[in-house]
Design a protein around this ligand. Sequence first.
Ligand SMILES: [Zn+2]
Length: 134
Amino acid sequence: MLFDECQHHSPTWACFSSKHGHRYGEPTYNRDRDFIRRMWQVQGTPKNFLVAGEACYDWEMETYQLAYFRSENKNHLPLARYLLPYSQYMTAVTGFNDRNMINQCLLYRYIISYEPYNSKDVLMTILIRLLMGS
Ligand SMILES: [Zn+2]
């Protein structure tokens, strides 16, 4: 399961409500880890159920088993890799012949998420041709 855009919960970073049963000023993201631990209780062990998040914060990696992010930048600094060298990271490779991003994946041990631009158009064209029998 990919928790898309888990890096933001609207514009909140901390909750100062005294009505939610948590400490005053608790980080909003703290409950994500509880949520994932509860899913493991339902699904079995973490080995049977992979939970990925988009652009996870370092302490979220305590429970997220994989973080997806976009690192296409010629000045990319693999800070997450330096902080958590054994964590799993996946980055978007968006070009059709995107050797620079493939090299970045090999260099920093990122999993490739192959997302070429217009892929939906290409797939739709193939699907239409298959349906039309041509
Ligand atoms: Zn709250």
